[in-house]
Design a protein. Structure first.
Length: 276
């Protein structure tokens, strides 16, 4: 198997009319889903199988691991919260040394080719380079999910938002996840804030769209097993010029995926991570 694949990735491009960019969090079945058109580029993506241990949260912005989950059904949201959340908290604490972790939501994705509905219970892989959080939206998450009395003290110390992503049921050969090494990113040039609109709310969230750059170095772990996971750093309050603070990522169609491969199923658990 080749060490790299060349695949079509979709990047951000500014709205042609100059208006502020937005995208709907839950795409309506009809109507406008966003006010800009993605820009396609053929990109070399390095398969890091065999050297995945060289990437860490603080150097690359992502970190792979291998530990079977005790909860494996991923059917009932309530069971996921009751069983998968606690074991995931302990896993991420053991890796990061964090003292307090607060899960604030999760998304289960099951690819359905040709399905237009992207409502919360029918989420599909996202074929768009992006970063989940901006600094402002990360701080807003702390205010939203923690007691008001705790927030000032928590914000004085280091905190992160980390996603725990893993395949469900079978290897993620179909539409795997590509991650961009933080060391190859120019935050000022490559990132653009994009309003994240919720159809049932008058308040927007914010994410980063990612513009294409030849300097970017994209990686993936081909054929991730359900026992394997990747931690994806979405935000880090440590801004020392050396520590990775975020990870652009996207789903993509891997041209080496064997015919007849089961469609991708995965879960991502989003965590507020605090340190003393």
């Amino acid at each position: 198997m080749s060490a790299t694949v060349t695949a079509d990735l979709v990047f951000f491009s500014h709205p042609k009319d100059g208006s502020p960019p937005f995208i709907y969090a839950s795409a309506p079945s009809s109507g406008e889903k966003r006010n800009w058109v993605g820009e396609h580029h053929d990109v070399e993506i390095d398969n890091v199988r065999g050297k995945q241990g060289t990437f860490t949260l603080d150097s690359a912005g992502f970190q792979f691991g291998d530990q079977e989950a005790k909860h494996t059904a991923f059917i009932s949201d309530e069971d996921v919260k009751k069983e998968y959340y606690p074991e995931s908290i302990e896993l991420v604490k053991s890796i990061t040394g964090a003292t307090r972790i607060v899960p604030f939501d999760h998304t289960i994705r099951r690819r359905r080719p040709g399905e237009a509905d992207d409502s919360p219970d029918k989420r599909q892989p996202v074929p768009q380079a992006h970063v989940d959080q901006t600094p402002q939206s990360a701080v807003a998450r702390v205010h939203r999910h923690l007691p008001a009395s705790d927030v000032p003290g928590l914000l004085k110390k280091r905190f992160q938002i980390i996603n725990l992503w893993r395949p469900i049921d079978h290897p993620a050969l179909d539409w795997p996840l590509a991650l961009c090494d933080y060391s190859s990113i120019d935050p000022a040039a490559d990132l653009v804030p994009v309003a994240l609109r919720y159809p049932d709310s008058d308040k927007d969230g914010v994410t980063f769209g990612v513009k294409y750059s030849e300097a970017q170095q994209w990686k993936y772990l081909r054929g991730m097993q359900p026992s394997e996971y990747v931690l994806i750093k979405c935000y880090d309050s440590r801004n020392d010029g050396k520590t990775a603070t975020f990870t652009p990522h996207t789903a993509f169609a891997d041209p080496t995926t064997p015919e007849g491969t089961p469609y991708r199923e995965s879960i991502e658990l989003r965590l507020l991570v605090f340190y003393d």
